[in-house]
Structure formats: structure tokens, C-alpha cells
Design a protein around this ligand. Structure first.
Ligand SMILES: *Cc1c(COP(=O)(O)O)cnc(C)c1O
Length: 415
């Protein structure tokens, strides 16, 4: 009888055959650079497929050749990551940044235009602003809250809307947690697509994935992760992933082969280990975040809390929230009454919660976006984006929520 298992039930074994590895219940670390062909004919066939010289025959798999092209620890991990987003294909990278830059470099050509949401992760923002213009690519940003007509006006004002090739976004925005409507962006992409030139929608889903938001379902062509965050989940690896349909992913994987920025087998193995507990970690982090958000929301020293669970019903944002998210996540930011002095006093007074950037790990982290993760952004832009001197960002971990709240409360009392 056919039974469709849920992803969390498949994370322990999917895609791995113990009989190929001496019966080991877990996939070993295939710490090898190259693979032995059984015959010269087999080697020839593998290369024909790898170099796209002919199509695969029915039931023919790409054989193992060399670990820059493929390795069992990456292939099995990629198959497992596909399950969460219901994707056809996945490529794992040595960092989130290498995943992002590989997609942008593969699909953008000199003269093209990229439309992107602001604020973006600092590394991505830097690449878009300082690298892409060097190779002749135009860039135009839009803000969460801008509607379809306003975004189209920005696009038309560039004078070359017909050159639009990629719409790139992060939703919710970091650190303000404002939402962007993926389906609306898809409709803009469709409007500017031509028969031989599809405008691609790319979503960095690091903040909410792979559990609480599935951009491919809303029309995105690619979903990208910094696997350093929730997917790795233990603040001990740097890695990235891209998912999408087979045809587009073939191009991503080909460029990965030639840039050589795939993850190694050890990273692949650690990420498979992390995936076994992904759902329970993220669910616990979310439960804790809800408690923390409710606590902060009522605290007299707190001016404003930005958390998906606190979006007002009936608002336009709430409509996006309802259609696009299955949870409120574990990332929140809040503004203290006061300025940098008050924010720093709070951060310096924390006892259990660590003062560090990054997010999605098992431990709580706190940071000051204005002077840390978002320090590279111009003052006027920061103001426009609502990233203030008194804002603190929290990534909530799996600790007991009472301990987290105790720590936050005692630090607030020091202000
Ligand atoms: C961390 C992060 C990245 C970059 O990922 P690395 O693994 O550090 O290269 C990209 N996007 C978002 C939203 C991130 O949080």
C-alpha cells in the first residue's frame, strides 16, 4: 500500500541504502576525492552524462566521479532537503553566500537588471551593490509595504524594465520582520517575462525555512538557504543550499562544478545529522519565541516588538501572513525606550543569552542590528527601514523559556 511519509519521518534514512555501506545504519562520511570506475566503459558513460553530451537513459543515474561533481554525503543530503520544500532538485554549497552568488552569476548577464527587496542580508546587499555593477548589471531596490504599482513604477523609472531578469527577496525582512508577498512578485515577474526570457523569482528563505514558509508553492523559481542557520542549527557549520526545478538547477549545479564551491563530505554528513532533529528544534524555538514576544510586548521599557505572531488581524500584512506562513518563527526584534546606550546596557547585562550575530541555532543569540549586522547600510536608509539605535534582535533557542525570560527581564532591569 502506498503511504506518503512526512519529511520528519524520512530524515533518518531517506535516500541511503545500508547494503551499499556494509550495513551501517547511518550514512558514513565518504571522505574521498575520487571514485573508482568498474570499467573504462563505465567511466565514459559517467562523463557523457556529467558533461551533458547525451541525455540519461531511463533508470540511468549519474555515477560517482569526483567529489567536486558529486559525493554520496551531498547527494543524499540534497535528496532530503528536497522533501521539505517539495522541490525537484537541490544543490548544497560551502556557504549561504556561495549559494546566493552562484545563482546570481549563473542567471544574470551584463545589461540585465535585478529587482530586490530591502533590507537584505549584509553579504547579499554588498554583492548586489559592489560586485554586480562591476559586471554591468543594474540594480533596483523595493521595500516591504510597497504595493504592486509602486514596485512597477520603480522598475519603469530605471529606464530598462525590459532588462529585468531576477526578482530577489528576503521575507520576512531582517531585522524588522516585515513581510513581502511572493505571489505579487511572481505576477510582476510574469508581466515582464518574454517567451525566451523568463524573469526568475528567487527567495532567500533562511529566516523561516524549511518549516514555516515554502516559496516554491507561491511561484518562486528558487529557494535559497544559509544552511548555517536553522538547517545546521547548532552554530557549528557554514553551509548553503539552493532548490528549484530540475532544468534550472542543472545550470546551478554546472556552475557549482566549475566554481568548485560545493560543500565537503564532512559538512554534508553534519547537516544530515542536523536534519534528523530539524522539526523538533524549530518547533521548540518557535514555542519559546511566542512566550518571549508576549513578555516583551507587555514590558514597560519596550517600545515596540516586531514578531510575526503579533501582526494585527485584519491588516494587509496579516493577509500575507495567513497565505504564506504556517508559523510565526523564532526571530524577533524589539525597540527599547531610549537609544544605543539603553540597547548596549541591555546587551551587556545578559547572562545566559550570548551576544553574537547569526541565528537559528539551539542557543539564544542577541545582537544590535544598527551597529552590527546592518552596519554597512547608509544612515538615511537605516532610518527609512526602521532600524533604530534602540533596536535589539533576538534569535530564540531551545532553552527553557522561563530561563530566557528571566535573563531578558533581569537585563531590562539594569537599564
Ligand atoms: C547568514 C545568512 C546568509 C549568508 O549565509 P552564510 O552561510 O553565512 O554564507 C544569507 N542570507 C541570510 C538571510 C542569512 O541569515
Amino acid at each position: 500500500m502506498d503511504h506518503k511519509y512526512k519529511p520528519e519521518s524520512l530524515m533518518m534514512s531517506y535516500g541511503y541504502k545500508p547494503e551499499l555501506s556494509e550495513g551501517a545504519i547511518k550514512c558514513p562520511i565518504f571522505q574521498t576525492s575520487t571514485f573508482v570506475f568498474k570499467t573504462a566503459e563505465e567511466g565514459k558513460a559517467f562523463f557523457e552524462i556529467a558533461y551533458g553530451k547525451r541525455e540519461k537513459l531511463a533508470n540511468e543515474e549519474l555515477g560517482l566521479i569526483y567529489s567536486r561533481i558529486n559525493n554520496p554525503d551531498l547527494e543524499i543530503l540534497e535528496d532530503r532537503l528536497c522533501l521539505w520544500d517539495n522541490a525537484e532538485s537541490c544543490a548544497v554549497f560551502e556557504s549561504g553566500m556561495s549559494a546566493i552568488t552562484t545563482v546570481l552569476l549563473e542567471f544574470l548577464e551584463p545589461g540585465d537588471l535585478i529587482l530586490y527587496s530591502r533590507p537584505l542580508y549584509g553579504g547579499t546587499d554588498h554583492f548586489i551593490h559592489h560586485y554586480l555593477p562591476k559586471i554591468g548589471i543594474g540594480t533596483v531596490g523595493f521595500k516591504p509595504g510597497q504595493d504592486r504599482d509602486e514596485i512597477i513604477k520603480l522598475l519603469e523609472d530605471t529606464g530598462k524594465p525590459g532588462k529585468l531578469k531576477i526578482i530577489y527577496m528576503e521575507t520576512p525582512a531582517n531585522p524588522t520582520n516585515e513581510l513581502i508577498d511572493i505571489e505579487c512578485c511572481k505576477s510582476i515577474a510574469k508581466q515582464y517575462s518574454q517567451p525566451e526570457n523568463e524573469v526568475l523569482v528567487v527567495v532567500d528563505n533562511t529566516y523561516m525555512g524549511p518549516l514555516w514558509q515554502h516559496p516554491l508553492k507561491h511561484g518562486a523559481n528558487f529557494v535559497i538557504y544559509s544552511a548555517t542557520k536553522y538547517i545546521g542549527g547548532h552554530s557549528d557549520i557554514i553551509a548553503g543550499a539552493v532548490l528549484g526545478n530540475k532544468e534550472l538547477m542543472k545550470r546551478v549545479k554546472t556552475l557549482r562544478t566549475f566554481l568548485g564551491n560545493m560543500a565537503g563530505p564532512w559538512t554534508g554528513w553534519l547537516l544530515m545529522r542536523s536534519l534528523e532533529t530539524l522539526k523538533i528544534r524549530m518547533e521548540q524555538q518557535q514555542k519559546n519565541a511566542i512566550e518571549v514576544a508576549n513578555f516583551l510586548h507587555k514590558h514597560p521599557k519596550v517600545k515596540k516588538v516586531n514578531y510575526l505572531g503579533l501582526i494585527k488581524e485584519g491588516s494587509k500584512e496579516h493577509d500575507i501572513f495567513k497565505k504564506q506562513y504556517s508559523g510565526s518563527g523564532a526571530m524577533l526584534s524589539f525597540e527599547l525606550k531610549g537609544g544605543e546606550r539603553e540597547a548596549f546596557r541591555f546587551l551587556n547585562s545578559l547572562k545566559m543569552i550570548k551576544l553574537a550575530v547569526s541565528l537559528g541555532g539551539t542557543e539564544c543569540l542577541a545582537e544590535h542590528p544598527r551597529t552590527m549586522t546592518h552596519a554597512g547600510i547608509d544612515d538615511s536608509d537605516l532610518k527609512e527601514m526602521g532600524i533604530t539605535d534602540s533596536m535589539v534582535r533576538l534569535s530564540i533557542g531551545v532553552e527553557n523559556y522561563k530561563d530566557i525570560i528571566w535573563d531578558i527581564e533581569q537585563a531590562l532591569n539594569k537599564i
